[in-house]
Unconditional design. Structure first.
Length: 351
């Protein structure tokens, strides 16, 4: 497996706190949950978990960061790399776990330092990690998961309360969400696909029209107010692009939104638009639900004893056999995230 091997896309993970009301309750493809294991994870029969990193403790010589948040996996020879953000003020950034072919953690290192409240982000088709600052005038940093190149801010992608990013290789754009009660939905059109240094930031406006943002890098002029007829979304969170549809969630009203790129149609929905999806639920039971292609929803994993925490950072290994996720505040619920847990779940995932 080379670094250019494309990431697995058949088992999609959408991050957020979505409304699942439009999906029919069902047993799910994996069956009922068993009692929680030693990690506090209740999983279906045939699935196991292990803790691969804990905040404040060393893993492969690196002290794992507090408040593990958004994450993604990348191919690396016969192994793979999991990158995780740190949602910490002033001491944020991102770290990487490098796994060997047998799943052993063989190396760990920082890929971004000196940033703040790195919440979510997204992987690019050219195997970089976009780490987003969830703060006013926040920036997007493009990081090298392999630790060979320094992270770089991509100011042309705008300065606002960034949450997540999703790449659309067909139209060569990057969709971006904004975590504000009156936030917007953006897309960035780089001048050259594969180089995010320069390009045009656009915001979705009334009538489904994309309008350019006049001053995307302005530190004091809020990006979301620069286009008067921009559409508003109540706390947009995670987003994912697959099969021509960019799906994103809004925390304030608990909706899942679907933007069909070919037609420009935007609609609020709860059912699947692009195959089977694993959806993180927060604000209630700490669960990951699976929504099947037929529209049924069922719990796949539940975190017990982590009631004051938030599930975050779900990502599949490139071969789809391992799922990584974090409990941002762990069992203690410490607001600083000093008890964060990062897990690996293995088992008979469907292809």
């Amino acid at each position: 497996m080379s670094r250019s091997t494309p990431l697995r896309a058949s088992a999609v993970v959408v991050v957020g706190s979505p409304w699942l009301g439009a999906a029919r309750a069902g047993a799910g493809p994996y069956g009922p949950l068993l009692p929680p294991n030693g990690d506090g994870l209740a999983l279906p029969e045939g699935f196991t978990s292990r803790t691969v990193a804990r905040s404040g403790r060393k893993v492969a010589g690196l002290k794992w960061h507090a408040a593990p948040a958004g994450g993604a996996c990348f191919p690396d020879g016969d192994g793979w790399i999991y990158v995780s953000n740190a949602k910490v003020p002033l001491l944020g950034g991102a770290s990487a776990l490098c796994f060997g072919s047998n799943g052993t953690v063989i190396e760990a290192y920082r890929v971004l330092s000196g940033t703040t409240l790195n919440a979510a982000g997204g992987a690019t088709p050219w195997n970089t990690w976009l780490s987003c600052e969830e703060t006013e005038s926040g920036r997007v940093f493009e990081c090298d998961p392999y630790g060979e190149r320094a992270a770089r801010p991509r100011l042309a992608m705008g300065r606002f309360r960034h949450e997540a990013a999703a790449c659309d290789p067909e139209r060569q754009v990057v969709y971006l969400t904004e975590d504000e009660p009156d936030g917007c939905f953006y897309r960035f059109r780089p001048r050259d696909w594969g180089d995010l240094t320069e390009g045009t930031l656009e915001v979705l406006a009334m009538g489904g029209v994309w309008r350019p943002v006049p001053h995307p890098a302005a530190p004091v002029e809020p990006t979301r107010f620069q286009v008067p007829d921009a559409l508003r979304f109540d706390g947009a969170e995670g987003c994912h692009y697959a099969d021509g549809v960019c799906s994103f969630t809004t925390r304030g009203d608990g909706r899942v939104w679907s933007y069909t790129a070919s037609t420009g149609r935007l609609e609020a929905a709860g059912g699947p638009e692009a195959g089977e999806r694993f959806v993180v639920r927060g604000g209630g039971p700490m669960e990951i639900s699976v929504i099947t292609r037929s529209g049924e929803a069922a719990p796949f994993a539940r975190l017990e004893g982590h009631g004051l925490s938030t599930p975050a950072g779900p990502a599949f290994s490139p071969d789809g056999t391992r799922l990584y996720l974090s409990s941002q505040r762990g069992r203690t619920g410490a607001r600083a995230g000093t008890d964060g847990h990062t897990f690996e779940v293995t088992g008979p995932f469907r292809g």
